[in-house]
Design a protein around this ligand. Structure first.
Ligand code: HEC
Ligand code: HEC
Length: 431
């Protein structure tokens, strides 16, 4: 990958004046931004290299390209025609997802001409007018929340009908649903379920699912011709070999101190087995109150919550990873319209025969397999490296980890004391 064109450094340094100069004359050529921010600066980072976030720092560990995390391979090479690559939406510095802040920076650095914003693929509406900077800004309100378009038709074989649609952007119909999702991180893969709704799952074979996903992305989001097997396998081997996790916490210091085993190397080496989180067992009697809080939060996560009869770790049951070992998708209520933002579409879905109705901002698994019973079910995501990749849930409705915990209290009946809530948040921040 060559560092051609205006560098992101220059761009970032000039952010202060972007606002002043954007709406004068339009650049004739599309800016040469083809990747996320970090890979504009460097071709690799060392394994375990901490990158700051608001709760401390997180790092990646690559088994495939050790002792470094390559940022210049096929994953970061545009495979199609629009300049996007996998790293455009899966950035190491954002926990292999992409945050609203980074999308906004990319917009400002490129006056909205980075490939992220290419060809109306992920704009608020499919034919939004992108001819000036101001218009591009107004067309990308969902992208700037770190969310990307999905346009899905209900399958021919199904036991429900979409009977009503309310879409603030006016795009969805009852036969074509338009909604927006957060990129799942391309790290810490354990379960075989691929995509929020399982769309690219292939049996129980994770690698085959990732191959299907990568092929579809090259011809879809990157608008390319089919890529060679060699290219696809290089991408998949790379992403399967990446661990990502928090390395340092504010107050706790390094998350590997005193016998704890946080950090990305342990995360990528963790076998896929059902089990409790035990990363912070050694901090049960730590001298530091911050470390003891992380331990207590871990146990709140692991154990049954008396009020709800549920366990966080009941669904997030892959040991020290948090995906679901069996690849099961669940409805935690994140698609429930009562939790929706005003800019989300709401779909009314009626079961054939019974007339039973579900309302949804994104039907998840049920939009793929046609089963009313699976409407609003989503992949149980890995929960390592959370601090680097807010906001949370498939639609980003929780802006912080505290909002995640509050969401579960409202949605699934979990009840925590103020102290328990603080402890659980401290644990999630340390993952
Ligand atoms: C334009 C942005 C964008 C680009 C480019 C992109 N992705 Fe994604 N990726 C997403 C979004 C959004 C999701 C979640 C969508 C969903 O589940 O419906 C996702 C999901 C995934 C998943 C599913 C992860 C899981 O836990 O199930 C994998 C794997 C993945 N992407 C790999 C890649 C690879 C490999 C490439 C390059 C070939 C790529 N992505 C390019 C936005 C992007
Ligand atoms: C019924 C199964 C289930 C239970 C119980 C559960 N989760 Fe989840 N969790 C999920 C699923 C499924 C998702 C994805 C939901 C979505 O985005 O629609 C999720 C998402 C998350 C996320 C967001 C991850 C991301 O990348 O956006 C966090 C954090 C999380 N859960 C933590 C917890 C905590 C803490 C508890 C206990 C208070 C808990 N979960 C209880 C199944 C569950």
């Amino acid at each position: 990958m060559s560092k051609q064109g205006v560098s992101a450094v220059t761009a970032i340094l000039s952010l202060g004046i972007v606002g002043a100069c954007v709406d004068t004359s339009e650049p004739e050529e599309v800016a040469a931004y083809e990747q996320g921010l970090l890979e504009e600066f460097v071709d690799a980072i060392p394994n375990n290299f901490p990158i700051p976030n608001s709760n401390g720092a997180a790092a990646s560990y690559s088994v495939t390209t050790a002792p470094r995390v390559a940022l210049d391979n096929e994953f970061f090479t545009p495979q199609g025609t629009n300049g996007r690559d996998c790293g455009s939406c899966h950035a190491a510095e954002d926990g292999w997802s992409i945050t609203p802040t980074t999308v906004t920076l990319m917009f400002l650095a490129s006056a909205g001409q980075d490939p992220l914003f290419a060809n109306n693929l992920d704009t608020d509406t499919p034919s939004c007018d992108m001819s000036t900077v101001a218009k591009r800004w107004n067309c990308t309100t969902m992208l700037r929340q770190g969310k990307f378009t999905r346009k899905v038709a209900p399958p021919a074989t199904r036991d429900y009908d979409v009977t009503a649609v309310s879409d603030p952007f006016g795009i969805s119909t009852t036969s074509s649903l338009w909604f927006f999702r957060r990129p799942l991180p391309t790290a810490n893969f354990k379960s075989h379920t691929v995509m929020w709704d399982g769309a690219n799952t292939v049996g129980t074979n994770l690698r085959d699912g990732l191959i299907k996903q990568a092929r579809g992305n090259v011809t879809g989001a990157q608008q390319g011709a089919p890529a060679s097997d060699a290219t696809i396998f290089a991408i998949v081997d790379y992403e399967m070999g990446i661990g990502h996790a928090q390395t340092h916490g504010i107050g706790t210091g390094t998350l590997q101190a005193q016998g704890a085993h946080g950090g990305p190397e342990a995360a990528v080496e963790q076998p896929l087995v059902a089990g409790r989180f035990d990363l912070f067992d050694a901090w049960k009697k730590a001298g530091s109150p911050h470390r003891r809080a992380v331990y207590r939060g871990q146990e709140i996560f692991n154990n049954v919550n008396a009020a709800s009869g549920r366990r966080c770790g009941g669904c997030h049951n892959a040991a020290n990873n948090g995906q679901n070992v069996a690849g099961t998708l669940f409805d935690v209520g994140a698609s429930n319209p009562e939790h929706a933002n005003a800019d989300m579409a709401v779909f009314t879905i009626t079961q054939r025969g019974t007339g039973v109705v579900k309302r949804s901002t994104d039907p998840g698994q049920g939009i793929r397999n046609g089963a009313f019973a699976d409407i609003n079910k989503f992949k149980t995501p890995n929960i390592r490296g959370l601090s680097a990749r807010a906001p949370y849930f498939h639609n980003g409705i929780a802006r912080t980890l505290r909002e995640v915990v509050e969401f579960y209290e409202e949605s699934l009946g979990f009840q925590f004391t103020a102290q328990e809530e603080d402890d659980l948040v401290a644990f999630l921040e340390a993952l």
